[in-house]
Design a protein around this ligand. Structure first.
Ligand code: SF4
Length: 142
């Protein structure tokens, strides 16, 4: 396991990226993770404001045509390895925006998703469990 990957599994710094079609409820649930009730920072999970500091991208929403180029640019700027986590039904499979005129393609047609956390919106507990499973998956790979 590379040093970067090892560090990543100890303390994941996450960047939140909404990719277009969204009711923003998933975004609110992500913020809930940071409140004293869930306090994910105690596990080393930190929300960062720059993609260049991120180990993981938390993707929410259904990919809109207008966002495609921007999402590509954001992912290109991420230091690798960078894991991608789809949060919510919209990011996992387009959800309520399926077959919409401006959201014809799923997020995983553009980004390599490492783990899917379904729900509309998923509960913070489900997000924590998803991240823990991802860490386990990465450490088991070695
Ligand atoms: S998955 Fe549900 S809660 Fe999340 S952005 Fe889509 S519609 Fe909103």
């Amino acid at each position: 396991m590379s040093l970067k990957l090892k560090a990543l599994t100890k303390s994941i710094w996450v960047y939140h990226l909404c990719v277009g079609g969204s009711c923003n409820n998933c975004d609110i649930e992500i913020l809930d993770l940071l409140t004293p009730r869930y306090d994910v920072e105690r596990f080393g999970i930190m929300l960062v404001g720059s993609i260049k500091h991120a180990d993981a991208i938390l993707v929410t929403g259904s990919l809109s045509l207008k966002a495609v180029e921007r999402v590509k640019r954001v992912y290109e700027q991420a230091t690798k390895p960078c894991v991608v986590i789809a949060i919510g039904a919209c990011a996992c499979g387009q959800g309520i925006f399926a077959k919409g005129p401006v959201t014809p393609n799923p997020v995983d047609s553009l980004l390599p998703i490492n783990i899917y956390i379904p729900g509309c919106p998923p509960k913070p507990e489900a997000m924590i469990m998803g991240i823990v499973k991802l860490i386990k998956k990465l450490t088991d790979k070695k």
